[in-house]
Design a protein around this ligand. Structure first.
Ligand code: KIV
Ligand code: ZN
Length: 545
């Protein structure tokens, strides 16, 4: 089982490359612990943000990076610095604030990309440059390089990166569809050129667990110098096997898992962090690996990422789905009451989920609210607490029972609908029902100027959206409109997500309110505010991975 060199994040003197001691190399990599340490590399802010519509603001990225750092993630891939000014700034700021994690930036196999990446990550206590190139036949055809030319490019770019930074990760993109002989050849070149981590991406989610393990085993057996570096696994979920493939790679000797919160990522997403961390915890009897992640922070991060990305977590998602710990049938409920272990392999609190509880009524004070929010994982500052408190009181007036989920919706809503947004909803009045016409009277402030509109529509939401469009003319196409009840009951708050597309730019807005039409209008306005920010952003190079 302990086939691999052990990245030992605890021991800074360990000779294998590791999170505490980046870039250190050794030819004598031995296990120092009874259980192998697997490094967790989170790419929510890079691969995760590549999900269409999951674009995050700078503040949102800083918030997520801080939470990941506090949670004990070993490496945070903070972005793709050459992609845009926004990405560059986000990576630089995250590098500057991170306390523990290695901060990594992505770059193509190009000197100027790598230089830009270094400029952004160099502020970190522990910087890493991650450079990649597609090595499969299909990918080699794109830059039109033959095998020898590509090998030379890999040598030159990894050498360049290593001259800048002593912690260099190299990825042969589409590794799982690259000829084995060629893969061995280029991995060897990258190691000789100074790469300290070799990542093996299953870019299109094509591999299966046995093959994923065999590939890592083959590389470790055949490539000279393989014992001096850390192998990483990076799996996409196109066939629903990303978690299984990542764990299989670990069993074969990979010691870094690349993953994202909620499995966010290109197309069907990446390996979900919460799944691999909990799988190795719960089935430690057969997967005796340890990570540095504090699993009790999982639920909070999952909620934050769902909010800022606008990608709600599917109800039956493993670990973080709303139903992951719900027991519906009588037999299950009965069993749970007698002994929770009958139907529960882990406890909700292990992932930071507390039993849904009635929180407070309208007489509850600010201190109680602060302590409840802290318990839910939200450490709010004084100003934010003041705002949330006002909204909590309003909600408590309208809604008989205020639950944890209601409070979470309030905090998130307050975060997504910021006071400095250019467009703000001031008031909305709609007429609806069986007797038409359905109308909306809307007051917005746009750059602090008050504007009003009256619109007729096919239903109250349509009327309200038309009124918004009258005041903020735009060609954005509504691609997703989703409504979720936050809790049960007729007086439940609704969380609304609105996704807009304009000229290839996709943005997602969200809002929560006990009035579905108000939540919808605010979500629409929230999306338009994001679109305004996106329009202003300049992207010097159209970079995609
Ligand atoms: O999926 C992939 O191949 C990637 C690489 C850039 C590592 O995300
Ligand atoms: Zn990827």
């Amino acid at each position: 089982m302990t086939e691999a060199s052990t990245p030992d994040a605890q021991n800074p003197n360990a000779q294998t490359p590791n999170a505490q001691n980046p870039g250190t190399r050794s030819s004598d990599a031995r296990n120092r612990d009874s259980q192998d340490r697997v490094l967790i590399f989170d790419t929510t802010l890079r691969d995760g943000e590549q999900s269409p519509g999951a674009t995050m603001t700078l503040e949102e990225k800083l918030q997520i990076a801080t939470l990941l750092d506090e949670m004990g993630v070993d490496i945070i891939e903070a972005g793709f610095p050459i992609a845009s000014e926004g990405d560059f700034e986000a990576v630089s700021r995250i590098a500057a604030i991170s306390q523990n994690a290695v901060i990594c930036g992505l770059s193509r196999a190009d000197f100027s990309d790598i230089d830009r990446c270094w400029e952004a990550v160099k502020h970190a206590k522990r910087p890493r440059i991650h450079t990649f190139i597609g090595t499969s036949p299909l990918h080699r055809a794109i830059p039109n390089l033959d095998m020898d030319q590509m090998a030379e490019r890999i040598h030159d770019t990894v050498t360049h990166a290593r001259n800048l930074c002593d912690n260099v990760q190299w990825s042969p993109m589409d590794a799982t569809r690259t000829e084995h002989d060629y893969l061995c050849r280029v991995v060897e070149i990258a190691i000789k050129a100074g790469a300290t981590t070799i990542n093996i991406p299953d870019t299109v989610g094509y591999t299966a667990p046995r093959e994923s393990a065999d590939l890592i085993r083959m590389l470790r057996e055949r490539v000279p110098g393989a014992d001096t570096i850390t192998f990483a696994t990076h799996c996409h979920n196109d066939l629903g096997m990303a978690t299984a493939n990542a764990l299989a790679a670990v069993e074969a000797g990979a010691r870094q898992i690349e993953c994202t919160i909620n499995g966010l990522g290109e197309r069907a997403g990446n390996t979900a962090l919460e799944e691999v961390v909990m799988a190795m915890k719960v089935r430690n009897d057969i997967m005796p690996y340890r990570t540095g992640v504090d699993a009790t922070r999982i639920m909070n991060l999952s909620r934050v990422v769902a909010t800022v990305s606008g990608f709600p977590v599917q109800f039956n998602k493993a670990i973080v789905g709303k139903n992951a710990f719900a027991h519906e049938s009588g037999i299950h409920q009965d069993g749970m009451l007698k002994n929770a272990q009958t139907f529960e392999i882990m406890r909700p609190e292990d992932v930071g989920l507390n039993a849904t509880s009635l929180v407070m009524g309208k007489h509850s004070g600010r201190a109680a609210l602060r302590s409840k929010l802290r318990e839910l994982g939200y450490d709010v500052g004084d100003n934010q607490l003041k705002d949330v408190f006002v909204r909590f009181k309003e909600l408590a007036d309208r809604k008989k029972e205020v639950y944890d989920d209601d409070l979470i919706a309030l905090v998130r809503d307050q975060g997504t609908n910021a006071a400095n947004d250019r467009i703000q909803v001031k008031s909305l009045k709609v007429v609806c029902g069986t007797e038409g016409p359905q109308t909306a009277d809307l007051v917005l402030t746009i750059d602090d100027e008050t504007k009003t509109a009256h619109a007729v529509g096919d239903g109250p939401v349509d009327a309200a959206f038309k009124a918004v469009r009258e005041l903020v003319p735009n060609e954005a196409r509504l691609v997703v409109y989703q409504v979720h009840a936050v809790t049960e009951g007729m007086d439940a708050q609704a969380t609304v997500s609105v996704r807009l597309e304009e000229g290839g730019k996709i943005v997602t807005g969200q809002s929560a309110d006990t009035d579905t039409v108000v939540a919808s209008t605010k979500a629409y306005v929230n999306a338009l505010n994001k679109l305004l920010v996106r329009r202003l952003k300049t992207a010097p190079a159209a970079v995609t991975v």
